[in-house]
Design a protein around this ligand. Structure first.
Ligand code: 5GP
Ligand code: MN
Length: 338
């Protein structure tokens, strides 16, 4: 965070405050890890802080220290609303515009609090008075690590916080393999291990706690994969019926999209997942190299994200969505083949 904004934040936090911390809708490891680490820090330094998540999040994240304190806006609506309305400060973590919190955006827009954004997505909007936006960062968790070190001292990070921050860096970097992983990311991880993060245990809890039905769902996804060699593209579709057949639980499709990129020569991987309740197909886009899925998602599928990982949605049915998608590919043929 730059000095001007940091000093403003330090001044705000110099006396006990009521604080709400908000991750994006369908929070992932980075969103939950960063909000929890910041929550621990703020509570440890004498503030009254609460995390309000727009909706539920996967079971494989629910072991994280403090996760039982997270309010779910959909389920604990009045308590969530009063936290937001009464807050002096609202931290928004791991998202770049208020639309990313779904139904909760209205109440955030009318909140009186001072907004603080901590985020690594491209093209941040300007709702926050205090901003820490850095698209080069591997994860919001890495940014929270930097911020806590700027606000506190070398003893500020407890083992609980170290485990939360490690988790978000690990999940957002695909276990330290994506391009945004820097030497500094590894230095942060090393320090977190010194401060009590248990890397092997975290990997186990996130990646090795599958249910049999989740692996069967993965089998179904891989069977549905369509490979378009001409465009170095692979896509997967999942209907609500298929999700129901394999007893889909929140988070079960996490990471499926990446399988497309494990194919030799594939540079663009996509998964379309039906959500009948919302009447949409939620889409995840991944790429390797220069091809910007952020631009693609933003331009054609009402979404965004990062250069190599983005999301979006379609209100059309599957056939129309796939027709739209495949008819766009010729426009990007040069980029996808280079
Ligand atoms: P995922 O595909 O794993 O849901 O998301 C990949 C990246 O894109 C994440 O950084 C996520 O925050 C972002 N993202 C996912 N869905 C959306 C969306 O609908 N709109 C925007 N702007 N970003 C999204
Ligand atoms: Mn993130």
């Amino acid at each position: 965070m730059n000095l001007e904004h940091l000093n403003e934040l330090k001044k705000l936090l110099s006396s006990p405050k009521k604080i709400a911390i908000i991750p994006h809708k369908n929070p992932d490891g980075d969103a939950i890890g960063s909000t929890l680490a910041l929550w621990h820090y703020l509570v440890n330094t004498g503030h009254k802080a609460s995390i309000v998540a727009p909706n539920d999040y996967p079971k494989f994240l629910k072991w994280m220290p403090g996760s039982d304190q997270i309010l779910n806006f959909e389920k604990e609506n009045s308590q969530s609303k009063s936290c937001i309305n009464n807050a002096d400060i609202i931290f928004t973590l791991d998202f770049n515009h208020l639309g990313r919190v779904g139904q909760m955006s209205e109440i955030l827009e009318s909140a009186k609090a001072t907004f603080v954004m901590v985020d690594h997505h491209q093209e941040p909007s300007d709702y926050a008075k205090i901003m820490y936006s850095d698209v080069k960062m591997s994860s919001t968790c890495e940014m929270v690590y930097v911020l806590i070190n700027q606000l506190g001292n070398e003893n500020s990070i407890t083992p609980e916080m170290a485990n939360c921050i490690y988790t978000g860096i690990m999940t957002d970097t695909g276990s330290f393999k994506f391009a945004a992983t820097t030497s500094n990311t590894h230095r942060v991880i090393a320090d977190l291990m010194d401060k009590g993060a248990e890397g092997t245990e975290i990997h186990h809890r996130i990646y090795d706690t599958n249910s049999p039905s989740r692996l069967h769902l993965l089998g179904c996804a891989l069977k549905n994969m369509v490979i378009l060699e001409e465009y170095s593209t692979a896509y997967i579709t999942m209907s609500q019926d298929e999700l129901d057949t394999y007893n889909y639980q929140k988070g079960d499709t996490e990471g499926f999209v990446n399988y497309g990129l494990t194919l030799d020569g594939i540079k663009f991987a996509v998964i379309f997942i039906e959500n009948r309740e919302e009447g949409i197909y939620k889409i995840s886009f991944r790429s390797v190299g220069e091809f910007s899925v952020n631009d693609f998602a933003r331009k054609h599928f009402n979404g965004g994200g990062h250069t190599n990982a983005a999301g979006g949605k379609s209100d059309d049915n599957l056939e129309e969505t796939i027709t739209k998608f495949t008819s766009l590919l010729p426009l990007y043929k040069n980029q996808l083949q280079s």
